[in-house]
Design a protein around this ligand. Structure first.
Ligand code: FMN
Length: 202
């Protein structure tokens, strides 16, 4: 069974980015994936400290979720034209995977979603998020989605199903792309040894 890490949302009650994330998580579960959702307050971590040493339980849980994932879904509100600080701090924590094999998020597809009132701001936040994901050596899924801040989702058992058909369709395509890539990864065994780590990690 493929494993998907779904990370996102904001600290706001009724967070639209959390609802969009849960809609994607529900689709992934429906397709047979094991999905771990870490949303909203569960993403509140100390500011990433490269010299941090021992990580908190929350940091360790997040890192374990990322390490285990065959694919990742990310959803962030747009704050001043970029991803939220909450999401950036989560991605900064992936620095702790620098010396893993594979390093960072190498070999994983990551689907990126932003939520914004202004689609231009949402698009620039999405571009920044995809750039960060690529810096982490992941494959940004071809589909990225900017969800309108006024989007509505039907909630069923805590999971969301998009009601705006165009937004729902895009979220479905994004989720399916991450799932397809994750299945390919899970079924693939590489015969090429990983290159030795560089110091500092790049
Ligand atoms: C600090 C802050 C900055 C924001 N900056 C922008 C922005 O630059 N452009 C925009 O369209 N919306 C902006 N918004 C609105 C949010 O993107 C929007 O309310 C979104 O729905 C928040 O996501 P959430 O529902 O998951 O909390 C901002 C909101 C906050 C709180």
């Amino acid at each position: 069974m493929i494993r998907i890490a779904a990370l996102g949302g904001s600290l706001r009650a009724g967070s639209v980015s959390a609802q969009a994330l849960r809609a994607c998580a529900a689709r992934a579960r429906g397709a047979g994936a094991q999905v771990t959702v870490v949303a909203g307050r569960d993403l509140v971590l100390p500011l990433y400290d490269p010299d941090g040493g021992i990580r908190t339980a929350e940091e360790s849980r997040l890192l374990a979720t990322l390490r285990a994932a065959d694919g990742v879904l990310l959803a962030s509100p747009t704050y001043h034209g970029g991803m939220s600080g909450l999401m950036k701090n989560v991605l900064d924590h992936a620095e702790d995977l620098a010396h893993d094999t594979p390093a960072y998020l190498d070999g994983r597809a990551v689907g990126c979603i932003t939520v914004a009132w202004n689609e231009v701001a949402g698009a620039s936040a999405l571009a920044g998020m995809r750039a960060s994901v690529q810096a982490l050596r992941a494959w940004a899924a071809p589909m990225g989605v900017v969800v309108g801040a006024d989007a509505t989702f039907d909630l069923r058992d805590g999971e969301g199903y998009g009601t705006d058909p165009r937004t729902a369709r895009r979220l479905d395509i994004l989720t399916d792309q991450v799932l397809d890539f994750a299945r390919m990864r899970a079924g693939h065994t590489t015969s090429v040894p990983a290159p030795p780590p560089l110091e500092p990690a790049i």
